[in-house]
Every structure is written in structure tokens, then in C-alpha cells.
Design a binder for this molecule. Structure first.
Ligand code: HEC
Ligand code: HEC
Length: 245
């Protein structure tokens, strides 16, 4: 054995020691929530979602650890990664690495599809039965964002209780006095039951509507779940504090 060979061996051991290999099958089992956005085949379902199929194990692990620790920040990926254990990170990296680049398209798991889809419909009693609890105005663009809550939500918030079944919050965007869109969140018993835990917001469901109150069917509602998960301790509501003022 030459000294040169020995040194090369030590060098390669050092680089591989930076990460330990995970279990592909365990990673596959943990991949359901990821499939909602990164696709079952590891191809991101929209422009802003990167592909994971065939990506290097060390890179995947490093990114997930960075999202977990906060070294890399992203409103959607950070809350997801914070829920992963060290073993999940290793297994998921092994699984996504194992998928072929340019492999055949695969249908996402039923639970991943459930996370993408909306359940709530436009509330028939809006705005009559709602209170406008907060408004943001932007003078230069003559636009406003108005936040509304129904009585069930408002009463619980003011009593310092978690928002209960039947709570609805609506946001109305306007420009020049005309409505441009609505977004909403509604809590109904059972609505979250098919959503993977990593994305689940209790039984809240999210939806976007155009000015004519028609629901967007092609939006990826897993994005809403992932980002609002970061305020789980506030009933998944970012502006909860505004309701109690
Ligand atoms: C709600 C959508 C969504 C879900 C669910 C999701 N991701 Fe992501 N992921 C994203 C987005 C968006 C980005 C791009 C982040 C950025 O731009 O910095 C991303 C980035 C990543 C990256 C970095 C890729 C790169 O090239 O740097 C990794 C790794 C990753 N996700 C892994 C996962 C894993 C593993 C899961 C499941 C546990 C998961 N993601 C679930 C939306 C999602
Ligand atoms: C990247 C993070 C992010 C994503 C993705 C996201 N939201 Fe939000 N959402 C927020 C923030 C932050 C606020 C509070 C805004 C403020 O304080 O001005 C908010 C507020 C809301 C509110 C008012 C109640 C509350 O939580 O304060 C509703 C309703 C809402 N979002 C619906 C949606 C819907 C529907 C989607 C998906 C189509 C969505 N959101 C996606 C971050 C997000």
C-alpha cells in the first residue's frame, strides 16, 4: 500500500463522513407531504418549486438542515423542515436522490392531492355577517386589503380561546375602490383529516376567489397550509392580535 493511495482513501472518507446515508423506503413513506409541491416524480409542480429527483444526497441534506436551523430562510420550506427529525432528513434525501432525473410522470399520493385542494366555498353571508377587524391602505396604488371575521371567530379571539369550528376569515383586496380578489380560511370539523400532518392546519381550509367570487381551482393550496403553519399557536391566523384590539 503506497502512502499516496492511503492519503486519497483518507480524503474520500472525510468527504463521505460529512453525511450518513438514509433509508430509501423510510424516505418514500415520509415523502407524501413533499409530493404536494415537489411532485411524486420529484419535479416541482410550478416555476418557483425546485426539482428534487436525482439531486445529490449531501446537497439535499444540507438544504433541509439549513431550513431547519434558519441558516436558509423560506416562508414555506422553513416551517416544513422544522418538523423533520434528523432521521427524516437523511431518509428523505436518500429517497429523492433515488428518483431518476427525467423519469416517468407519477401521480401524487391521495393525501398530497388533498393538501393541494380547497374545501371552503365563498361564504353566502359575506359581508353581512362579518366584522372588518383590520385594514391596510396603500395610498400610492389606491389599493387596500380588508380583513373580516365572522362572529364565531371574533368572539373566541376576544376571549383568548382557540378559534372553533365554524370560524371564517375573509380578506378583500381592492384597487380604486373595486374588489380585485378575495382570499379566505374556514375551519370545519373533518376538513383537514386527509391532509398529511406536516402540512395540516387542524381543520382549516384555504381558498382564493376572483372579484366575481369564483374559486380558483388550479392554485396549489398546500402553499397556504405550509406558510400559515408557522403561526399554529395563534390558530394559524397571522392577524389574530388585530382581532382582539
Ligand atoms: C407547500 C409546498 C412545498 C412542500 C409541501 C415542500 N416543499 Fe420543498 N420547497 C418548496 C419551495 C417553494 C422551495 C424553494 C425554496 C426557495 O426558493 O428558497 C422548496 C425547496 C426545497 C429544497 C431546496 C432545493 C434546492 O434546490 O435548493 C429542498 C431540499 C426541499 N424543498 C425539500 C422538501 C422536502 C423533503 C419536503 C417534504 C418533507 C418538501 N420540500 C415539501 C415548496 C415545498
Ligand atoms: C408565504 C406565506 C403565506 C402564504 C403562502 C399564504 N399566506 Fe395567508 N397570510 C400570510 C401573512 C403573513 C398574513 C398576514 C398579513 C399581514 O399581516 O399583513 C396572511 C393572512 C391571511 C389571511 C387573513 C387571516 C390571517 O392569517 O391573518 C387569510 C384569510 C389568508 N392569509 C389566506 C391565504 C390563502 C387562501 C393562501 C393560499 C392561496 C395564503 N393565505 C397563503 C402569509 C401567507
Amino acid at each position: 500500500m503506497t502512502k499516496r493511495w492511503l492519503l486519497a482513501g483518507v480524503a474520500s472518507l472525510t468527504t463521505t463522513a460529512a453525511w450518513s446515508a438514509g433509508n430509501v423506503v423510510a424516505g418514500m413513506n415520509a415523502s407524501t407531504p413533499c409530493q404536494a409541491c415537489h411532485g411524486a416524480d420529484g419535479v416541482g409542480i410550478s416555476e418557483e418549486i425546485p426539482n428534487l429527483a436525482g439531486q445529490k444526497v449531501a446537497y439535499l441534506q444540507a438544504q433541509l438542515r439549513a431550513f431547519k436551523s434558519g441558516d436558509r430562510k423560506h416562508d414555506v420550506m422553513s416551517p416544513i423542515a422544522k418538523q423533520l427529525s434528523d432521521a427524516d432528513v437523511e431518509n428523505l434525501a436518500a429517497y429523492w436522490n433515488s428518483l431518476p432525473v427525467g423519469g416517468p410522470p407519477k401521480e401524487a399520493a391521495a393525501a398530497a392531492l388533498a393538501a393541494r385542494r380547497p374545501q371552503m366555498t365563498f361564504p353566502t353571508d359575506f359581508p353581512a355577517a362579518f366584522v372588518n377587524y383590520y385594514t391596510q391602505e396603500d395610498a400610492p396604488t389606491k389599493s387596500s386589503t380588508r380583513y373580516y371575521a365572522n362572529a364565531v371567530a371574533l368572539q373566541a379571539a376576544r376571549a383568548g380561546k382557540p378559534l372553533p369550528n365554524g370560524s371564517i376569515i375573509m380578506v378583500e383586496g381592492t384597487t380604486g375602490g373595486a374588489t380585485t380578489y378575495y382570499s379566505g380560511m374556514e375551519l370545519r370539523e373533518g376538513w383537514g383529516q386527509n391532509v398529511p400532518e406536516v402540512l395540516r392546519n387542524g381543520d382549516w381550509s384555504y381558498a382564493l376567489f376572483n372579484a366575481q367570487k369564483v374559486r380558483g381551482e388550479r392554485n396549489n393550496y398546500a402553499m397556504c397550509l405550509a406558510c400559515h403553519k408557522s403561526v399554529a399557536s395563534d390558530s394559524f391566523v397571522f392577524t389574530l392580535g388585530k382581532m382582539t384590539q
